[in-house]
Design a protein around this ligand. Structure first.
Ligand code: UD1
Length: 354
């Protein structure tokens, strides 16, 4: 059986790592990189550190407006899908690369499987929400990470095509965490164990307006511990456009980190402040309190269990929220047991294998 994986952005490389491993010896696995992310630190480093085979194809699409970027991917993917004739196209998460691959495959009558199906923020301002909904409704097999995602799929009439496999990001995280435990842990430069916060901000709703970004940066600058701000290229370029200095007060500015370094940095921190989906969950899995600068989250379990708190409209509560007492400990595991990739490959083989 031949499976074609399509990835393009940073969180998809993380999801691809355990899938590529689980495919070994079970299926012929081809990888397409759309080139949505292309910097060394946004792309190459993940393939290297997580032992992912080099992509068989790279479309080199790069950055652009939604339509231009997605359209360029569609054209390139169609050629590759026609020439490779896979038995199934596997798409990951909720980026423009996900949607482009789902549309290209659907138009060619190739079966589509969507990994991380059924997540919903119900916020139609987010490009990821459009990508999720459209991808789920065009896919033939919906691989859901959580019970809540299964419920969303059922309520949209997609229950018969859905399978609960668990969250593949848990697979990677457990593996990397366990290997980090075997070696002495290095602190980020200038930081003391348990005495700093880790922060990432990149969503358009938080970065595109100068007023909003200025207010967020001012709140971060006033926190009671050093804030290691891991700056996504979008954040850096918009801060420059808006004339906002990111290195204010408590903030120490850093480039994004490679995945093992990120996990190490979060594990040893006092808390996370973010608008990333993946990082909220990684903080929970490492049992580090998280504050999410968004009005809602797809990973509702992190909030229900007390490890994640949302701050959106009223930024004046950010410092109080970040500096809150540690939540009650829990052994709940809503994101699975670290074996989601094996279940995913088994589901692909049983649905699309000869
Ligand atoms: C994309 C995903 C988002 C995901 C995020 C992870 C969509 C709609 N969004 O958002 O769901 O959480 O990736 O990072 O697909 N840039 C670089 N170098 C790179 C990549 C991007 O400089 O390697 C800059 C460019 O200026 C680009 C901007 O970052 O315009 C935004 O990149 P883009 O891929 O469009 O969206 P992300 O914000 O990264």
């Amino acid at each position: 059986m031949r499976i074609l994986s399509v990835v393009g952005a940073r969180p998809q490389f993380v999801k691809l790592a355990p899938i590529a491993k689980a495919m070994e010896g079970s299926a012929e696995h081809l990888i397409v990189h759309t080139g949505q992310h292309y910097d060394e630190i946004m792309s190459d480093v993940f393939f290297r550190d997580l032992g992912i085979p080099a992509p068989d194809f790279n479309l080199g699409v790069g950055s652009g407006k939604h339509g231009a970027q997605t359209g360029a991917m569609l054209a390139g993917l169609e050629e590759i899908m026609e020439s490779t004739a896979p038995d199934c196209v596997l798409v990951y998460g909720d980026t423009n690369s996900t949607l482009a691959a789902a549309i290209a495959a659907t138009k060619l009558h190739l079966p589509v499987a969507h990994l991380e199906a059924g997540l919903r923020s119900f916020n139609r301002r987010m490009p990821e929400e459009h990508n999720r909904v459209l991808t789920d409704h065009s896919a033939d097999l919906l691989l859901a990470p959580t019970e809540v995602a299964m419920q969303h799929l059922a309520s949209e009439g997609l229950g018969a095509r859905s399978v609960l496999v668990g969250d593949v990001m848990t697979d990677v995280l457990f593996k990397v965490r366990d290997s980090l435990m075997q070696v002495p842990q290095l602190m980020p430069a200038g930081m003391t164990k348990g005495e700093y916060y880790v922060c990432t901000i990149h969503r358009p709703d938080n970065t595109d307006s100068a007023e909003r970004l200025r207010a967020i940066v001012a709140e971060l600058a006033g926190l009671n511990k050093p804030v290691l701000l891991l700056a996504h290229p979008r954040l850096r370029s918009l801060a420059e456009t808006h004339g906002i200095d990111l290195s204010q007060g408590a903030i120490t500015l850093s480039d994004p980190l490679a995945y093992p370094d990120l996990i190490n940095t979060v594990m040893n921190s006092a808390g996370v402040v973010t608008d990333s989906g993946g990082l909220q969950k990684e903080a929970f899995l490492l049992r580090v309190p998280c504050t999410t600068i968004r009005p809602e989250t797809e990973w509702v379990e992190t909030v229900e269990l007390g490890w994640n708190a949302l701050v959106s409209e009223d930024l004046s509560v950010l410092s109080k929220t970040v500096q809150r007492d540690a939540p009650q400990s829990t052994d709940a595991s809503p994101y699975g047991d670290g074996k989601a990739a094996n279940r995913t490959v088994a589901a692909l083989l049983s649905n699309f294998g000869a």
